[in-house]
Design a protein around this ligand. Structure first.
Ligand code: ACO
Length: 217
């Protein structure tokens, strides 16, 4: 029997996950923390054009939402959700440095055992397999210690890099959600993709290693 599953309100949290080696370097997931604020703010402000087309609109503008002083309440909100067992909010580290986020959200247990997954990676770190490694680590953790059966994601059809990342992890398309989310001032269609534990065929990280895309650290 899985001890975490039976004793913790939130199995799998707050353990770190990884590392896994990809061409960009060593990738690891660890819980977000208050002292991520400076690097989080610097990257998010510099990468507005890279990130904003794929993220939901909010009341405040981009700059106001990503000042250094915005982070403490965002971070403590994420960690509070984690303590309640609803979320696993990770920082993605590349060679020990914060370079993005991967979040597993809306975690449900019982007969559903489902969650969504989402991620972003700093533009200057793109193209070296960081998101691919982070997603595989997140899947293995979700289907392992967290005890999930199904993990889903939504992605804009225009987001070719993210669709490539999801395809490498063997997510399957389930349909098109029309006018699903307000992004950049309009209601945008999103593809719903998902994977269940049966489709994983073992482990997502092992599959990456077998495919020659990653190696054990
Ligand atoms: N068309 C098709 N494929 C592309 C394109 C393109 N224009 N550009 C890049 N790719 C491919 C790359 O070739 C690579 O695939 P390959 O390994 O088979 O060659 C893949 O996209 C990228 O893989 P990684 O290097 O693992 O990904 P990276 O670390 O660069 O991060 C990410 C990708 C997360 C999409 C990053 O660009 C990002 O943060 N974008 C902005 C935010 C975002 O879109 N987040 C995802 C939202 S959807 C969701 O969360 C489910």
């Amino acid at each position: 029997m899985n001890l975490w599953r039976s004793t913790s309100m939130h199995p799998g949290w707050p353990q770190s996950v990884g590392p896994l080696r990809v061409p960009a370097g060593l990738v690891r997931l660890r819980p977000v923390r208050l002292r991520d604020g400076a690097v989080w703010s610097r990257i998010r402000l510099a990468d507005q054009a890279h990130l904003e087309p794929w993220e939901p609109v909010a009341e405040l503008n981009w700059e106001a939402r990503h000042t250094l002083s915005a982070w403490p309440s965002i971070c403590s909100g994420l960690r509070a959700e984690a303590r309640r067992g609803r979320m696993l909010p990770y920082a993605i580290e590349l060679d020990g440095e914060f370079c993005g986020q991967l979040t597993i959200g809306n975690v449900t247990h019982g007969a559903l055992r489902s969650a969504w997954i989402g991620y972003w990676v700093a533009k200057e770190r793109n193209g070296g397999g960081v998101a691919t490694a982070a997603l595989a680590l997140g899947l293995d953790h979700g289907f392992g210690p967290v005890g999930l059966h199904r993990i889903e994601a939504t992605v804009r059809p225009e987001n070719a890099p993210s669709r490539a990342v999801l395809a490498k992890a063997r997510f399957r398309e389930e349909g098109l959600l029309k006018r699903y989310l307000e992004v950049e001032g309009a209601w945008r269609d999103h593809l719903l993709v998902a994977i269940t534990i049966e489709e994983l065929a073992g482990s997502a990280t092992s599959a990456l290693v077998r495919d020659g895309r990653a190696s054990w650290a």
